[in-house]
Design a protein around this ligand. Structure first.
Ligand code: F6R
Length: 608
């Protein structure tokens, strides 16, 4: 969601903050701002729109201060305009605050502070924090922040600076990610390591209820009761190159093309060919504990939820264990029935999605064992679950999730192997699955080889108003994912449906203007989907189909087809989704859309 960067050190802070914000802009981007302490004053620049607008407004001779805070915003309270952009200050301009999260008792605090003479300028909940800290300040910024946070209800990732203490940067966290990055004679705070990895790889992840105080040479962490907390310093194991576009026009296409490598990394060291199973050390459960599990609940949001659906199909078909999928936002509020024999698995690329985190906390509270299938190393979900598996897809910057999806499906296949081999799956079946997994990266490369054909197709689809995506079995979630990809980056209305369900309503929409995308590999339900494609053809729709190499029936009905190589049914989604990712990408580019930062979206949704 919003991006936060803060700096205290010996260098001019403003350019460092702007560079950091640039790397965070993907998280949220409707306005941005910067506060620098210069000669005992706070200099603030803010602008609605992208970071480039803010950059164009900065003084040409630059700010010289060495203490600063910056923010990119994804609006929650108040429209995305200059005034509502962060940082926010108190009435006298001595305290500046950037904030990610929501202050739930902002209205009551605002009324109280107004009565005491505070003058509010914005509609935001964050401004309340600036005034509150100022009201409580006597001689220590750390103490004032801690006291203010005791009076606040809600969530925050917070950065605070003040003219009273021109070397001190205070940070706090409750529900929104924040880390400290430790340099040589300089220290940073950031909501994501991407903002600071250029300067240092040594980071300390803050946990909920912690307040950090940083000066150029030191830092310490306390809880809200002022008790010191000792934390370990982690080392970020990726570099700047990994998060740059590397010559590609957009992060999204770079990440689509990275999939063979990303999937290889998900599987690295985990496949046991001879035993026909997978090694997943991070789940930290013995065979006996795994056998005690009598039900699996997978919970997630968006694209991760689609991957979870594929996991449900795999776990039931191959591991013969009851599995169900829940939207995290629904699960957390509906008194779910889980107990110590339920394995609740949260899937999240960012590891910070507020609803998924809350669902996992709810499950834990109810006695379930929780696992995370997560991409972002050190993220909150990864740290809070009982065990889990990193997908190792590498940083995903494009807002539309691509490589994380295919890697999540692969991680679910590994988990299916692990659970399945303890139950219904024979060693021969296990070996077959391991072999199929090993072949996947090369097969993904083959599908990516169709990129040019799909790019040509995009010209036709770029003019569409609507699109219908159909699939069955393992490829029904792929239809959902294809529709989500298209709508979120090209703004074409798209729906995904189980192909047979179409005749119960959506078929009314079909005419010669409606593009229908059929995901129809030659799997167990292939003959069934052939009939559905015929029904679509009879209504004169324009059909684009994803089929298995050598397939003839659907190929003869469709206007265009793209082929994928043969694999076992449960792995077909890893291949069949790729033409849909490429289609969405090229259509969005044709339509002149902002592919990596589509409107209204944020990469990491840290509010509910
Ligand atoms: C769609 C997309 C979102 C995310 C969702 C969950 O392309 O990226 O739907 O999948 O916001 O995010 P994570 O996986 O970070 O929990």
């Amino acid at each position: 969601m919003c991006g936060i960067v803060g700096y205290t050190g010996h260098r001019a802070a403003a350019p460092l903050i702007m560079d950091g914000l640039k790397r965070l802009e993907y998280r949220g981007y409707d306005s941005a701002g910067l506060a620098v302490v210069v000669d005992g004053r706070l200099e603030i620049d803010k602008a609605a729109g992208k970071l480039a607008v803010l950059a164009s407004r900065l003084p040409t001779d630059g700010h010289t201060g060495t203490l600063a805070l910056g923010h990119t915003r994804w609006a929650t309270h108040g429209a995305p305009n200059d005034v509502n952009a962060h940082p926010h200050t108190d009435t006298d301009g001595t305290i500046a605050v950037v904030h990610n999260g929501i202050i739930e008792n902002a209205a009551a605090l605002r009324a109280w502070l107004s009565e005491r003479g505070c003058r509010f300028r914005s509609e935001t909940d964050t401004e309340v924090l600036a005034h509150l800290i100022s009201e409580l300040y006597t001689d220590s910024l750390e103490a004032a922040v801690a006291e203010a946070l005791r009076r606040v209800e809600g969530t925050y990732g917070l950065g605070v600076i003040s003219t009273h203490e021109p070397n001190t940067l205070v940070a706090a966290r409750l529900g929104s990610p924040l880390l400290l990055a430790l340099g040589d004679g300089e220290n940073f705070i950031a909501s994501d390591a991407a903002a600071v990895v250029e300067h240092t790889r040594s980071v300390v992840y803050l946990d909920d209820g912690e307040v950090a105080v940083l000066t150029p040479d030191n830092y310490h962490i306390v809880d809200l009761d002022k008790t010191r907390v000792e934390k370990t310093v982690s080392v970020v194991d990726w570099d700047l190159e990994t998060i740059e576009r590397g010559g590609h026009a957009h992060f999204m296409i770079k990440e689509i093309l990275e999939q063979p490598e990303a999937i290889t990394n998900t599987m690295r060291g985990r496949l046991l060919e001879e035993e026909g199973t997978a090694r997943l050390g991070g789940i930290d459960m013995t065979d006996e504990q795994l056998l005690e599990i009598d039900r699996v609940v997978l919970t997630a949001c968006g694209t991760s939820w689609h991957a979870a659906l594929i996991g449900e199909y795999m776990l039931e078909e191959l591991a013969r264990i009851p599995a169900e999928v829940e939207y995290a936002s629904e699960f957390r509020y509906r008194e779910p029935l889980v107990d110590s024999r339920t394995l609740v698995i949260g899937l999240s690329q960012s590891g910070e999605t507020a609803d998924t985190l809350a669902a996992l906390r709810e499950a834990k509270k109810r006695g379930a064992r929780t696992l995370g299938i997560v991409n972002s190393v050190g993220s909150t979900i990864a740290r809070e679950v009982d065990g889990g598996t990193y997908i190792h897809a590498g940083p995903e910057i494009g807002v539309a999730s691509t490589k994380a999806f295919t890697c999540q499906v692969v991680a679910l296949a590994l988990l299916t192997l692990r659970l399945g081999r303890l139950r219904a799956m024979s060693v021969l079946q296990g070996r077959k699955m391991v072999k199929a997994l090993r072949r996947l990266p090369q097969q993904v490369r083959q599908v990516l080889g169709h990129s040019k054909e799909i790019e040509k197709l995009a010209d036709t689809y770029a003019l569409a108003q609507n699109a219908l995506f159909l699939g069955r079995g393992y490829n029904f979630p792929v239809a959902l994912e294809g529709a989500l990809k298209l709508k979120e980056i090209s703004y074409i209305h798209a729906e995904g449906y189980p192909a047979a369900e179409m005749k119960h309503g959506p078929i009314a929409l079909i005419d010669e203007m409606m593009p229908v995308i059929c995901v129809a590999p030659s799997d167990a339900v292939y003959q069934k989907i052939v009939s559905n494609v015929q029904e679509v053809k009879a209504r004169h729709a324009r059909i684009f189909a994803v089929v298995t190499e050598g397939e003839e029936e659907i190929t003869s009905l469709a206007d265009q087809t793209v082929t994928i190589p043969k694999t076992i049914d449960c792995l077909t989604p890893v291949l069949s989704v790729i033409p849909l990712q490429l289609l969405a990408y090229h259509v969005a580019v044709r339509r002149g859309c902002d592919v990596d930062q589509p409107r209204n979206l944020a990469k990491s949704v840290t509010v509910e």
